[in-house]
Design a protein around this ligand. Structure first.
Ligand SMILES: [Zn+2]
Length: 383
């Protein structure tokens, strides 16, 4: 690791660029996350395309022994997802490749980007197809109680996926290596021990710089697979004391049991949402035909959008708690403040968004608020 200036101060030039970049990201997010999928599902459903698609698969399979509900439904889901993927591809390329290169944020080749898209598509097909087909099958078989069974199934699947994603999915997209036997990992282990953190199995270095300039860190897992992940971009570009601050924050998530908290929260949300979907969906449609899926998804999507600001607020609250833990653990706000500033400049993040933008989109408090909180922490300490 090369020696970095410390503490880091905002680069005014980067702040200007970040304003433009983050606005573009927000706009792209609106199109990718809301406008394109919602209008696509709406058009597919109100036109007869959805019905035609189901009927086509039925016609193809009708004279074979394979014409059951399951297979028609699964093929329909795969076809629908492939079409959504194809429609979103140009914008995905612009946002994920073109723009990132324009801002010098990406080191990825076109080939590698395409490969990643293929992998993401495959993973989402493998997870989503059985899930949706299963939910519709439950709806058809247990018209009154499906939402309970489906909620339970989804709760279990969410729990399993959030525990194994970092073991299965992360290595699919990044090379990783256990960080061991060097000065930094010794310091980090020391920090963990001082704060009574004994359950962290490994600190893993993620070779993200092959693809991106952006820095990140994360905590994942439960049971015997608790791990702290550090992007190599973080290790290469940040001062050792900043890395310590970031790791202390991640330890905060572990000590505060945030992974089980999120899984529990997801469980608490799924049941009332599926209950409401049951009331609304069965009013207009039925599970007998998979072509009603776009309507089902639109209702589900609408309900989750209403809940979203609440889960984001909860997430920002958990992030503040992890920051507080880090401040107490390090006993000094300077490394954290410095890390927030450097991270914002590297990622070209907006540090002071409008309150409405923060409420609707931010899973972490705005960086300037985290910096303020760290300063307040010091004031409280010295008073
Ligand atoms: Zn965090």
């Amino acid at each position: 690791m090369e020696e970095q200036d410390f503490p880091y101060e905002f680069d005014p030039e980067k702040r200007k660029i970040a304003k433009v970049y983050s606005k573009q990201q927000l706009l792209i997010g609106l199109f990718q996350g809301i406008l394109i999928p919602v209008s696509f599902l709406f058009v597919v459903y109100v036109s007869s395309f959805s019905q035609w698609l189901e009927l086509s698969f039925f016609d193809i399979l009708v004279n074979t022994p394979l014409h059951g509900y399951w297979l028609v439904a699964a093929l329909y889901v795969v076809a629908l997802m492939l079409i959504i993927f194809a429609i979103g591809l140009p914008l995905a390329f612009y946002a994920g490749y073109k723009l990132e290169h324009d801002y010098d944020l990406s080191n990825q080749s076109v080939g590698s980007w395409i490969k990643d898209q293929g992998k993401s598509l495959l993973v989402s097909l493998l997870i989503t197809t059985p899930l949706i087909t299963g939910v519709f099958f439950l709806g058809k078989t247990y018209p009154d109680k499906w939402w309970l069974y489906a909620g339970l199934a989804l709760f279990v699947v969410t729990g399993v996926i959030s525990n194994i994603a970092h073991l299965v999915l992360l290595p699919l997209f990044f090379n990783t290596e256990e960080l061991k036997d060097d000065k930094l990992s010794e310091r980090l282990k020391g920090l963990a021990e001082e704060n009574g953190v004994t359950g962290v199995e490994k600190v893993i270095k993620v070779f993200a710089s092959e693809k991106t300039e952006k820095a990140n860190a994360g905590f994942a897992g439960m049971g015997k697979t608790k791990r702290i992940y550090l992007f190599d971009t973080l290790l290469n570009k940040f001062h050792e004391r900043e890395v310590e601050g970031v790791v202390a924050h991640e330890m905060g998530h572990y000590v505060n049991r945030d992974v089980p908290r999120y899984i529990l929260l997801e469980g608490l949300i799924i049941f009332p949402i599926f209950f409401l979907v049951n009331l609304l969906f069965t009013n207009w449609a039925s599970f007998d035909n998979i072509y009603h899926l776009p309507l089902f998804l639109l209702i589900l999507y609408g309900l989750y959008s209403i809940i979203d600001p609440i889960t984001l607020a909860y997430s920002r609250h958990r992030e503040r708690e992890a920051d507080t833990f880090a401040l107490d653990a390090i006993g000094d706000p300077v490394p954290l403040i410095s890390a927030f500033k450097r991270l914002s400049d590297i990622d070209l993040a907006e540090v002071n968004p409008r309150r409405s933008v923060e409420i609707l989109f931010y899973s972490h408090p705005a960086p300037y608020k985290r910096i303020d909180m760290a300063r307040e922490w010091l004031k409280k300490l010295s008073s």
